[in-house]
Design a protein around this ligand. Structure first.
Ligand SMILES: Nc1ncnc2c1ncn2[C@@H]1O[C@H](COP(=O)(O)OP(=O)(O)OP(=O)(O)O)[C@@H](O)[C@H]1O
Ligand SMILES: [Mg+2]
Length: 260
């Protein structure tokens, strides 16, 4: 069993349309595991349930059916064994970069010198030690996102959950951040479950890609790039990159998948 394990997970939302209750089947019978140290990407069209799946693993949302385990324990609300990075960093605007990272550690009960050292170590890991005393509005989008990553990693979670973490960034910053995440993962061997719309990102970062369509898994595919993947340009020129990207494109555009 993996660090993260979903078995038969479904999620229904009830919404009112013109006063009439309607059921939205956001997830239907989702089952997959994420192994220790593995990076898994969730990919699929808008509205197929990627964010809902991530929020359920985080404990921000409760499943309507099925079982979610993290570290072998049933997920029941948020916990310190999971860290999440949102599409927009969602930092606390009145706190500095350092204080944003320290906040999660304080919640975990870390105090004093250990708190200071840990918060600074993770700011250094994402290359922001010099910006520790800046507030979010004084940081670029990419820098804010890095603080978000430092904040999620600092509590040393068993799994890092990321919802389109680089989706709001310009192409160049996104590439830099992807390279940084690859480096951080190579160093920390963190288990990562991330959502993306970007085929290249899924192939470059993930060991396996979970392809979703309308709340269901349509396919789980392995990418075959070697690790470590520190040189992303070299990775892109490998035949395995082109082959994996093509298979992923086909899976996303296959007639069966589109009709599903
Ligand atoms: N709180 C909610 N109440 C009602 N319906 C919801 C709620 N949250 C999500 N949904 C519905 O569940 C489905 C899945 O939404 P979700 O946000 O998980 O999609 P997504 O794959 O992350 O899409 P995107 O790529 O656009 O971010 C959609 O039909 C959405 O409208
Ligand atoms: Mg989403």
């Amino acid at each position: 069993m993996g660090i993260v394990s979903l078995a038969g997970v479904s999620k229904r939302f009830t919404i009112r349309v013109a006063g009439v209750p309607q059921t939205v089947h956001a997830l239907q019978d989702l089952s997959f595991d994420v192994a220790d140290g593995e990076m898994v990407a969730l990919i699929g069209p808008s509205g197929c349930g990627k964010t809902t799946a991530l929020r359920i693993v985080m404990g921000l949302e409760r499943a309507s059916a099925g079982r979610i385990l993290v570290d072998g324990e049933v997920v029941n609300g948020c916990g310190h064994n999971r860290g999440i990075v949102f599409q927009h960093a969602e930092l606390l605007p009145w706190l500095t970069a350092y204080e944003n990272v320290a906040f999660g550690l304080e919640q975990k009960g870390v105090r004093g010198g250990e708190l200071r050292d840990t918060a600074m170590r993770y700011l250094e890991l994402v290359g922001l030690a010099e910006s520790a005393s800046r507030r979010p509005y004084q940081l670029s989008g990419g820098m804010q996102q890095r603080v978000g990553i430092a904040r999620a990693l600092a509590i040393d979670p068993s799994v890092l959950l990321m919802d389109e973490p680089f989706g709001a960034l310009d192409a160049q910053t996104r590439e830099t951040m992807q390279a940084e995440l690859i480096e951080i993962q190579a160093r920390t061997r963190k288990t990562v479950l991330f959502v993306t719309h970007d085929l290249d990102e899924a192939v470059l970062l993930a060991d396996r890609v979970v392809i979703m369509q309308k709340g269901r898994i349509s396919q789980i595919m392995s990418t075959h790039l070697p690790r470590p993947r520190l040189d992303m340009e070299a990775m892109r020129s490998l035949p395995q990159f082109a082959e994996s990207r093509h298979r992923l494109w086909q899976a996303l555009h296959s007639r069966a998948a589109v009709a599903a």
